[in-house]
Write a protein that binds this ligand. Structure first.
Ligand code: ATP
Ligand SMILES: O=c1ccn([C@@H]2O[C@H](COP(=O)(O)O)[C@@H](O)[C@H]2O)c(=O)[nH]1
Length: 241
């Protein structure tokens, strides 16, 4: 893939699956090889001139709702989940810097020894100056998700689009991991996702994107090259608008 393709977007918000940082069959929650490959793909889009805000999930370590079903206090479990996203953010920052991309981590929970605190105007200034900003620790509030964080930060940094890089290649009429023969959409409206209760994102994230007119592109991040393709605006996955 060429570094010289003209990007379709000026500024985007990329939401990376935490789960997808784990290598199948390995005990490691984070695979350094996978993280390096993702960083190189992001770096290619960055070199082409796309300004990139990043949110990474925590599903490779922890999901608050699942721990709560097993008896843990939900809010506490969610804070554990938010801290998990900080570990992923640090791994990505390190890999992006190795790939030659200047990168700052801003955390929604104060932890000044490892990350800056989230300050919206500072984040925008970094992006204007072509640094990647990784938004860690979710929204800083329990009962939310990193998909909602992506929708929120996209509006705060005035990104043109939310790109959800995940383990499925788009939005289906049912969970394709559970229902064989589920049908994939090339495009779908926010309203239809909400009415059909499609679980590829939570309803808060859909609603926030709908209210703030941020299209969402859902695509498969396991296929090598897909992250760069999506960031450069090539048609990929499912567009929700
Ligand atoms: N209608 C649907 N279309 C596509 N995927 C769906 C649908 N319903 C449920 N899913 C599931 O949604 C998942 C993606 O969302 P999920 O929030 O679980 O992961 P993620 O955000 O990629 O990971 P993480 O939470 O680690 O960041 C897919 O693995 C898929 O199985
Ligand atoms: O704003 C937020 C974001 C996340 N959490 C918790 O973190 C985990 C991991 O995030 P995923 O989006 O599931 O990858 C999530 O399950 C929540 O427990 C949060 O509380 N608030």
């Amino acid at each position: 893939m060429s570094d010289t393709s003209a990007p379709a977007y000026r500024r985007i918000l990329l939401k990376l699956s935490g789960e997808a940082l784990r290598s199948p069959g390995s005990m490691d929650n984070i695979s350094p090889e996978i993280v390096a490959r993702i960083a190189e793909e992001i770096a290619q889009a960055h070199r082409a001139g796309v300004q990139i805000g990043l949110v990474v999930g925590g599903g490779n370590f922890w999901r608050g709702a699942k721990a709560s079903v097993r008896g843990m206090d939900r809010a506490t479990a969610d804070y554990v989940g938010m801290l998990a996203t900080v570990m992923n953010a640090l791994a990505l920052q390190s890999a992006l810097e190795r790939a030659g991309v200047p990168c700052v981590v801003q955390s929604a929970i104060e932890m000044k020894n490892v990350a800056e605190s989230f300050i919206r105007l500072k984040a925008r200034s970094y992006l204007d100056n072509n640094k990647i900003v990784i938004f860690a620790a979710g929204t800083g509030n329990p009962f939310f998700s990193t998909d909602t964080t992506a929708a929120l930060r996209a509006s705060e940094i005035n990104a043109e689009v939310v790109m959800k890089a995940t383990s499925v290649d788009g939005v289906y009429d049912a969970d394709p991991k559970k229902v064989s023969g589920a049908k994939r959409f090339d495009t779908i409206s926010y309203q239809e996702c909400l009415e059909r209760q499609l679980k590829v994102m939570d309803s808060t994230a859909f609603t926030l994107c709908m209210d703030n007119k941020k299209p969402i592109i859902v695509f498969d991040m396991h296929t090598p090259g897909n992250i760069t393709r999506a960031l450069l605006g090539e048609p990929i996955g499912t567009t929700i608008s």
